[in-house]
Design a protein around this ligand. Structure first.
Ligand code: NAD
Length: 364
């Protein structure tokens, strides 16, 4: 039976619209391969919404997102809005939509293709074969706790509350065990249980949930040790689960193992099949409008959407394999090219991926 999915598309700012355009082309190519129809509903988020609607997260955008099966986001932000007050900053829209849609599980794969080993800043033997997933709790912890700022006789004081409820920990940890089960069956839970009370609760919940997943090997690790080990020997990790701020930092660190931020996708999942999919990178104002951004991260984010929200495993694999094939054949955008001369444009990269997709799909 033919399937129909509605996707809310939020191109955002900077290179966002450029990379989103190419991801949409890829999804339209998927429509030709599978018995599926995508309806694209465009809406504004971030700087463009501040300019047009006077708020980084218009109600209309939220309504569209809630009515849809998944959200595809480019990136938000840019120097134009850098000095705005907090409620008029593009990032506020991003935090707001994650919270409003209950997107509590952020999945960020970091993988090293053999043909990309030379791009990494680390030694070849360290990065060759890296294939890990960082799962970050996205709607709790320090970023959402109460914030205070006040003056005393001894100067200003600022505080941010770090609070976690047991249910918030349990749902992300369960998700992480499920993901680890489908990968290498090894889960590392990262905390700071030697110092933080919230981490001690985190560890207790992880140990309890672990009883339901006897087939997954569990290890606890302190965040400072994990940060070090990620650089020393990243291949020891398969799936990592951690709270919001630790995950923010570790997932960025992990992404750098693989060379370019223009390659890395992410998924932010709610309960059920709903999710928001976006590249890890930002709006890259330094290259916006030049048609040279690497669309791979956004295209791979669309592949994650096919897999996690629509259950279209075969199409998702075809997109991933096509990306690998194109990179293996030496095609490079400027961010990963050895010289400017050999670099292809955003559109050329996507066109090559779409052409390769047809080939790998027929072979699969
Ligand atoms: P950035 O990721 O936008 O850019 C960092 C560097 O990587 C730049 O040199 C950029 O040119 C390059 N780069 C990023 N994506 C690329 C791609 N697809 N192809 C080729 N090169 C790419 O990070 P930044 O410069 O720290 O932030 C710029 C703006 O983006 C800021 O306003 C920031 O707040 C925002 N931001 C948004 C998100 C998001 O929307 N999720 C995430 C991070 C940063």
């Amino acid at each position: 039976m033919s399937q129909t999915f509605t996707i809310t598309v939020l191109p955002g700012d900077g290179i966002g619209p450029e990379v989103i355009e190419q991801a949409i082309h890829v999804l339209k190519a998927v429509e030709k391969l599978e018995d599926v129809t995508f309806t694209f509903e465009y809406a504004r988020l971030g700087g463009c919404a501040i300019d047009e609607d006077g708020t980084p997260l218009p109600e209309e955008t939220l309504e569209k997102a809630r009515r849809s099966d998944a959200v595809l986001l480019g990136a938000v932000g840019g120097p134009k809005w850098d000095n705005n007050p907090a409620h008029l900053r593009p990032e506020t829209g991003l935090l707001g939509i994650r919270k409003a849609l209950g997107l509590y599980a952020n999945l960020r794969p970091a993988f090293m293709l053999d043909c990309m080993v030379e791009v990494s800043a680390l030694k070849e033997e360290v990065v060759r074969g890296v294939d890990l997933m960082v799962i970050r709790e996205l709607t709790g912890g320090l970023y959402f706790g109460e914030k205070k700022r006040y003056k005393t006789e001894n100067g200003e004081v600022a505080s941010d509350e770090l609070i976690y409820h047991e249910y918030e920990i349990e749902r992300i940890v369960r998700r992480a065990f499920e993901v680890a089960r489908l990968r290498g069956k090894k889960l590392t839970s990262v905390d700071k249980a030697n110092v933080l009370e919230s981490s001690r609760l985190w560890r207790k919940v992880v140990d309890r949930v672990a009883h339901d997943y006897p087939d997954v090997e569990l290890r606890h690790q302190l965040v400072d040790s994990c940060a070090m080990e990620l650089l020393r020997w990243p291949k020891q990790f398969d799936t990592i689960v951690t709270e919001n701020m630790f995950g923010d930092i570790l997932s960025d660190e992990a992404s750098m193992l693989t060379g370019s931020i223009g390659m890395l996708p992410s998924a932010s999942l709610a309960d059920g099949n709903f999710g928001l999919y976006e590249p890890v990178h930002g709006s890259a104002p330094d290259i916006a409008g030049k048609g040279i951004a690497n669309p791979t991260a956004t295209i791979l984010s669309a592949a994650m959407m096919l897999k996690y929200s629509f259950g279209m495993e075969r199409a998702a694999n075809a997109v991933e394999k096509a990306v690998h094939k194109v990179l293996n054949s030496g095609v490079r955008t400027a961010d990963i090219a050895k010289s400017k001369e050999e670099a292809v444009s955003t559109k050329e990269m996507a066109d090559k991926i779409i052409a390769a997709m047809h080939e790998v799909y027929v072979q699969a």
